[in-house]
Design a protein around this ligand. Structure first.
Ligand code: NAD
Length: 468
């Protein structure tokens, strides 16, 4: 992987680059909504013009099918762009607030101002959208930005570097390719805000680095997102939605259903329907899944071996593979695989799976299922499949998650109006639309006195003040 600077000089060169952006930050803060929208349109035009290059880069990185690039990367990006263009003027306006009677003569409002110098660190699983979408929010909020894409998807990272170098002056936007060393060198700089998308383990490192400069952070992390399927659920539909959510991007999606908790009474038809849906999606012609053009691959050998080890550990401890189970190391191919009979002693129930492997657990008592969810860290997403509104409410009231979808999986990422993000181990802060703009803005509370004053509370104090 190439880095823009020779290693020994990396830190001082990054400092120089940072200083250049720091000098520019006050100018960026003064940009109008139209000027920011013009920058956003540059990205929009580039993405439309270079769609096939983006698709090729992602295919070269891990055989991501072009349609999945459209669904998972380009559609959310275009939705974000349109939303910002439509609403930015409104977001940038002073937001008036009510005034208490005691402060008669004043008016209060929020002014959204840019945080200044921001750093965006992106993961490999949706390497294009997860680098560019936060950048759109950063620009909308009037910041200067450095972007560090993932080293595990070098074709896409190279494309991002070319794109942003073509579109922006370095004092406004810069890209630094490279691995954890480059990320660590960037994290040593005194950014005002760091927007990190990646694992909870690295999220902790980012937050510790941010603490040195008291930079604010948005952490978009991962974890184990459950799908809870109660006895009233539409079994076939639930299975179709879970199968799609688990297999899109080869299971390498932060909000993929990680494991299923299904009511014992519908487990058999649910697993059968999973099988039918996997066949319909990836072997409609009866050919094996690895011949399908619609099925991506595991990103690299290390992740392939990690997932293989999760399956082996579960099987060694008594779990059964009831669907799939075929692997091909040379192709980094793992068939959609269902594991039954899993227990908490197995690694597959202790770690985020991040691959097309689905533990299916059963329950008979809903509170037992909730305990399985609640004894783990709060998930990024919790999926509820139920046609019973009271049951749905019961589950919502007794769990916590970054997002929840009732009667579907993963589609919430498509609604730009919803705050997207986790809670604690699954993330801090939110992104999407206005929430992304907010993440990159300081909400400056301003009070302006128009007339009068509060002189009666100044010393010397009288009995009148005591009675207030
Ligand atoms: P990762 O944490 O390994 O890497 C993310 C980024 O951090 C990369 O750019 C990498 O170069 C950098 N990095 C790695 N080690 C570092 C270190 N020691 N110090 C500083 N930087 C370091 O994550 P990943 O494997 O790229 O992505 C998968 C994870 O991301 C999963 O846990 C997934 O759930 C999560 N994720 C979350 C979201 C979300 O929106 N919440 C979206 C996508 C992925």
């Amino acid at each position: 992987m190439t880095t823009p600077f020779a290693k020994p000089d990396l830190r001082s060169d990054l400092q120089t680059a940072f200083d250049t952006q720091h000098r520019q930050a006050p100018q960026m803060a003064l940009t109008t909504a139209d000027q920011r929208i013009e920058r956003i349109r540059r990205i929009q035009t580039w993405v439309i013009t270079n769609e096939s290059a983006i698709q090729k880069a992602l295919y070269d990185d891990f055989r991501k099918p072009a349609s999945e690039v459209s669904i998972g990367e380009l559609m959310p990006l275009h939705a974000e762009i349109k939303h910002i263009i439509q609403h930015l003027k409104q977001w940038m306006k002073a937001q008036p607030l009510p005034t208490p009677l005691a402060l008669l003569g004043t008016k209060s409002y929020i002014r959204y101002e840019p945080k200044g110098n921001v750093l965006i660190i992106a993961p490999w699983n949706y390497p294009f959208v997860l680098a560019i979408k936060p950048l759109l929010s950063a620009i909308a909020a009037g910041n200067v930005a450095m972007v560090k894409p993932s080293e595990l998807t070098p074709h896409t990272s190279g494309l991002i570097k070319r794109m942003l170098t073509d579109l922006f002056l370095p004092e406004e936007v810069m890209v630094f390719e490279g691995d954890a060393d480059v990320a660590q060198s960037l994290l040593a700089l005194p950014f005002n805000h760091i927007f990190f998308t990646g694992s909870s383990a690295v999220g902790r490192i980012v937050m510790a680095a941010a603490a040195t400069h008291l930079a604010s952070v948005t952490l978009e992390l991962g974890g184990k997102s459950p799908a809870l399927i109660d006895a009233s659920a539409n079994v076939k539909l639930a299975a179709a939605q879970v199968a799609w959510g688990k297999c899109l991007n080869n299971g390498q999606t932060c909000i993929a259903p990680d494991y299923v908790l299904v009511h014992e009474s519908i487990k058999q038809p649910f697993v059968q329907a999973l099988q039918a849906n996997v066949t319909a999606m990836y072997s409609p012609d009866g050919k094996p899944v690895d011949t399908s053009d619609s099925y991506a691959r595991i990103v690299n050998t290390q992740h392939f071996e990690r997932i293989r080890a999760l399956i082996d550990d579960a099987v060694a401890k008594g779990a059964t593979v009831t669907l799939g189970g075929n692997l091909n190391a040379g192709q980094k191919f793992i068939e959609p695989t269902v594991l039954e009979g899993v227990t908490d002693t197995m690694r597959v129930m202790q770690e985020e799976i991040f691959g097309p492997v689905l533990p299916v657990l059963t329950y008979t008592n809903l509170d037992d299922a909730l305990q399985i969810i609640n004894q783990r860290e709060k998930p990024l997403a919790l999926y509820i499949q139920s046609r019973n509104r009271q049951t749905t409410q019961y589950i919502l009231d007794r769990t916590s998650a970054g997002n929840t979808v009732v009667n579907d999986t993963m589609v919430h990422f498509g609604n730009i109006e919803l705050p997207f993000g986790g809670v604690n181990h699954s993330g801090l802060g939110k992104s999407n639309g206005f929430f992304g703009f907010q993440a990159f803005s300081n909400q400056r509370g301003i009070m302006q006195r128009e007339f009068g004053t509060l002189k009666f509370i100044y010393p010397p104090y009288t009995d009148k003040v005591k009675k207030l």
